[in-house]
Design a protein around this ligand. Structure first.
Ligand code: AMP
Ligand code: MG
Length: 494
């Protein structure tokens, strides 16, 4: 397969329109690039020749070693608040935007390589990534996508043939990832922090054209843009909270303008419901705990809002501050409304009643008190509409409390209109059976990194690609970690 059969119909607006927002750059040479996972379905969705790309020549491109025709590899500039502290210059320290592709549905998608070597933004880092964290991002992103959560996607994971030093030598790797864009809250912060508001405006217009084109001709488009990002993020965080997902490092550079989940580092799904759940080894104060995510998202949106003040109303700063404060102030209520609507669906309600809030509150309090597995509780609820499902019962050490709640729930279902069968189908379509269980993820990554055995990873990836339909022989993918797994700690993907 020759290089010219691997063609990408790039159309690079970021490179063309945003001069000064990036540094043109080339990837490091990978000594022996090999594709270890390849996403054929996504390649096809992007209109790429999957067969041509999934080859040694394709591996060199996906590792960043060879730039295909039409690529304008570049490292993007961004800043960010990390754990509340502002860093004026972060940027793509180990990533390159290869270019943009219009996919088969007419949507513009970024193709980015992560782990492709040092750039002018690398600071003290080596610009590299290792296989375990690259596969983790691949798996988590694809699992999130299958769960219906907006996210960046993984096109391929490639080993570079290099050994990288991380607590001992590890196989070097590059992730080829796809995003509707890589615009972050931190991209706006980069230029705002330098007082470059002409650039903030240029960036906002670019973001509007790309993500919210319906606003392009509005006079108040920057305020309307903020409002769109607030809603997109409220919806995103709502979907995380509905699935038990903890991002782990919600710094402003890891929050997108599009509303997609980005940068899977120390993330994990909770087993038992716990608003205080933290997995990341570096999150010592629980800033990014499961239950804190909506509040943190709002805090991050306030940082975005600050960057927009000078362009929302250039003639009246006080007025601009008032306007953006109102938008950000509404975030929590928007989130709560979305969250409540989604939670109603999770417990099978198609109608709204004022008392539902109390019913739901009681349910979560009970789950927290009894350490109930978040995923299995909702999954087994559908089968407990008339008599309690044995699997639901088995989750409780004090089943009496659950029986009481089920009684209240059934009374409420009685006023809800749907028949039990319909309701079961609807519930099981949104309450997954298969999520990336922490012990399964670790086992798959370890087999890949330590033994070069991709089989457990490939199997897990397949199971997670269809999370709502129960299949025979997959019971081990449904259970929480055994006690001997201990409390789970994740590390930033370096
Ligand atoms: P992250 O925690 O992966 O979201 O990255 C935060 C910042 O650190 C970004 O600017 C990254 O580009 C940079 N970074 C992370 N790891 C490395 C590395 N190994 N080499 C250079 N820069 C890195
Ligand atoms: Mg990041």
């Amino acid at each position: 397969m020759s290089l010219n059969e691997i063609s990408f119909a790039f159309d690079n607006t970021y490179a063309r329109e945003l001069d000064g927002f990036y540094t043109p750059w080339q990837g490091a040479i990978a000594p022996n690039p090999k594709i270890v996972v390849f996403n054929t379905t996504l390649a096809q969705e992007l209109g790429l020749n999957a067969e041509a790309l999934n080859t040694p020549a394709g591996a060199a491109i996906l590792a960043g070693s060879a730039a295909p025709d039409g690529a304008t590899p570049l490292a993007q500039a961004y800043a960010g608040h990390q754990f509340g502290h502002f860093s004026p210059q972060l940027g793509d320290g180990r990533a390159l935007l290869l270019g943009e592709i219009i996919d088969q549905n007419g949507n513009r998608r970024d193709l980015q390589l992560k782990g492709s070597g040092r750039t002018p933004f690398s600071r003290g880092g080596d610009g590299k990534a290792v296989l375990g964290p690259i596969l983790r991002e691949y798996l988590m992103g694809e699992a999130m996508h299958a769960l219906g959560i907006p996210t960046t996607r993984a096109l391929a994971a490639v080993t570079t043939g290099e050994q990288i030093e991380r607590d001992g030598p590890k196989p070097g790797a590059v992730l080829a990832r796809v995003a509707s864009s890589h615009l972050r809250v931190g991209t706006f912060q980069f230029f705002a922090a330098r007082g470059e508001f002409v650039r903030v405006k240029q960036l906002a217009d670019y973001a509007i054209a790309r993500h919210y084109p319906e606003l392009a001709n509005q006079d108040d488009r920057y305020l309307a843009f903020l409002s769109k990002v607030v809603k997109a993020q409220a919806a995103l965080i709502g979907s995380w909270m509905h699935m038990g997902f903890v991002h782990g490092v919600m710094n402003t550079d890891n929050m997108t303008i599009s509303g997609e989940t980005i940068d899977y580092g120390p993330c994990a799904f909770v087993d038992s419901y716990d608003p205080l759940a933290v997995f990341s080894s570096i999150d010592r104060n629980g800033r990014y705990a499961f239950g804190n995510q909506p509040g943190i998202a709002q805090w991050n949106l306030a940082r975005l809002a600050e960057t927009l003040v000078p362009i929302v109303d250039p003639s009246d700063r006080e007025n601009a501050i008032k306007l953006v404060t109102t938008e950000v102030g509404a975030a929590m209520e928007i989130y709560e409304t979305m969250w409540l609507a989604g939670t109603r669906k999770k417990i099978g309600l198609a109608s709204d009643e004022a008392g539902d809030t109390e019913l739901i509150k009681t349910m979560f309090a009970m789950m927290e008190r009894q350490d109930i597995d978040f995923t299995l509780f909702f999954r087994h609820l559908a089968g407990s509409q008339e008599t309690v499902n044995a699997k639901l019962l088995a989750l409780f050490s004090n089943p009496k409390e659950m029986e009481n709640w089920l009684q209240q729930w059934r009374v409420r279902l009685g006023r809800d209109g749907q028949n039990p069968k319909q309701r079961s189908v609807a519930m099981n379509r949104i309450n997954p059976l298969y999520i990336p269980r922490n012990h399964m993820v670790e086992a798959a990554l370890q087999a890949a990194e330590d033994l070069g055995d991709m089989a457990p990873f490939t199997k897990l990836l397949t199971v997670l690609s269809d999370p709502f339909v129960q299949q025979k022989g997959l019971d081990k993918y449904t259970t929480p970690a055994p006690d001997e797994f201990g409390s789970y700690q994740t590390f930033c993907g370096t």
